[in-house]
Design a protein around this ligand. Structure first.
Ligand code: UGA
Length: 434
């Protein structure tokens, strides 16, 4: 089939490449000529494992092309996927629908009357219905659930597909697009528009709630002298709860969970069905950043003024160079404001971090960041950081003091190597056994 993908960010570029991999002819469309030039040359402007190979393969085979022209897209596509961003508005918690509205308006003007316009962007419930009333070609909604770092895998082998459709024709077309994925046994849920839109926001709200739940338990453990890692392990053995998304730490960030729960709470207020617990989920998440800063101050004897702080991590999670709403950089920036001399290292996100936080210091290697540091903060759990040898690290730093903001370092090993070691939701070693 001939598909277009509107918006070539991490969702759109991945969707376009994966649709080509499924055997379709794909045209990626973006208003940014630089992005289009890079992608046309087979280059991916962000870190996503497996994606550069797929884009190179299909731009070379001719099955995947890119353009800035909606007229070309309209003439080419039988099915158009809208994958543009829905960031948080500047003036409220609501989602900014400027890009979605512009994409549908441009498609309405250029697409063939019998084309299918498929929204994939995360939108407030009610958006698909509104767009369907303003567009001549038929509209469908097909939310995405891909995780950064696993975007290719999640697109080619998703946990489920959700089709929000208003006709059997739209369902038939979407079934044809995803035929190989469905043939592999992927569960399909067909739904009306509001339900399809809500599946996405509800899924992200649930994941954020699960993370904040365990982080709230971390707060209780801190007050009561418990250990949240052991608590999470024991909870996770209950099949009904499961072990995933129970890693306590400095909390969730990124371009999705934080803005999606705010937009969902905002939309729920508009509908008169408040989801006030989501505000608490957000507040718990933000308090974890405060807690890391507090532990940093405590380890430094009250304040961090003039302390050389090495921050390990800038990306919002490992496997990504995305620094949107990164807890690591939020903490780094805060400690700098408190007078610390902060040096950050991240395996992939250095360029993005430098652009967004030009006043922080940056080191090209973790060793360079550690050299001479009076305090180390481990804030993004890259495997490279977990592999650091605490004895060697102790020889590099000025003072062996570390906060593990992700709860994955081996406290006993670090303590045995002479470090003062603090983690979220766990007793300080000297408090153990009391
Ligand atoms: C998230 C969802 O997981 C995807 O299903 C969804 O499609 C995507 O948002 C989206 O809306 O597009 P992503 O933002 O890539 O995906 O990241 P996650 O893997 O969900 O991690 C989110 C944040 O939660 C990260 O900062 C991570 O470090 C944190 N996290 C995750 C924890 O703090 N604890 C955990 O146990 C798990």
């Amino acid at each position: 089939m001939r598909l277009t993908v509107i918006g070539t960010g991490y969702l759109g570029a991945t969707h376009a490449a994966c649709m080509a991999e499924l055997g379709h002819e794909v045209l990626g469309v973006d208003v940014d000529p630089e992005k289009i030039a890079a992608l046309s040359a087979g280059k991916v402007p962000f870190h996503e494992p497996g994606l550069p190979e797929l884009i190179a393969k299909h731009t070379a085979s001719g099955r995947l092309r890119f353009t800035t022209s909606y007229a070309e897209a309209g003439a080419f596509g039988e099915v158009h996927f809208v994958c543009v961003g829905t960031p948080q508005r500047r003036d409220s918690d609501a989602a900014d629908l400027t890009y979605v509205d512009a994409a549908f308006a441009a498609l309405a003007a250029h697409a063939a009357p019998d084309a299918l316009l498929v929204g994939k962007s995360t939108v407030p419930v009610g958006t698909a219905g509104r767009l369907a009333r303003t567009c001549d070609p038929e509209v469908a909604w097909n939310p995405e659930f891909l995780r950064e770092g696993f975007a290719v895998e999640d697109t080619l082998r998703p946990d489920r597909l959700v089709f929000g459709v208003e006709s059997a024709r739209a369902e038939t077309i979407l079934r044809a697009v995803y035929a190989p994925v469905l043939a592999a046994g992927t569960p399909l849920v067909t739904a009306d528009f509001p339900t399809a839109e809500l599946v996405k926001t509800a899924a992200n709200a649930f994941l954020a709630t699960k993370i904040s739940f365990i982080n709230a338990m971390a707060e209780v453990c801190e007050a009561a002298g418990g250990d949240v890692r052991t608590l999470a392990e024991a909870l996770g053995h209950d099949d009904r709860i499961g072990p995933k998304f129970l890693s306590a730490g400095v909390g969730f960030g990124g371009g999705c969970l934080p803005k999606d729960i705010r937009a969902f709470a905002h939309r729920a207020d508009e509908l008169g069905t408040p989801l006030s617990f989501l505000r608490e989920v957000d507040a718990i998440n933000m308090r974890r950043r405060d807690r890391v800063a507090q532990l940093a101050r405590e380890l430094c004897g009250g304040d961090v003024l003039g302390v050389r702080v090495a921050v390990l991590g800038a990306a919002f999670k490992p496997g990504s160079d995305d620094i949107r709403d990164s807890p690591a950089l939020a903490v780094a920036a805060r400690l700098r404001l408190e007078g610390a001399d902060v040096t950050v290292h991240d395996p992939e996100a250095m360029d993005n971090a430098r652009k967004a936080f030009p006043l922080l210091g940056y080191a090209l290697t973790a060793e360079d960041a550690l050299r001479g540091a009076g305090l180390v903060l481990h804030l993004t759990e890259w495997p490279q950081f977990r592999a650091i040898d605490p004895e060697r690290a102790a020889m590099l730093v000025a003072r062996p003091r570390i906060v593990d903001g992700r709860g994955v370092l081996d406290a006993d090993r670090w303590t045995a190597a002479g470090w003062r070691f603090r983690a979220l939701g766990r007793p300080a070693p000297e408090e153990e056994g009391q």
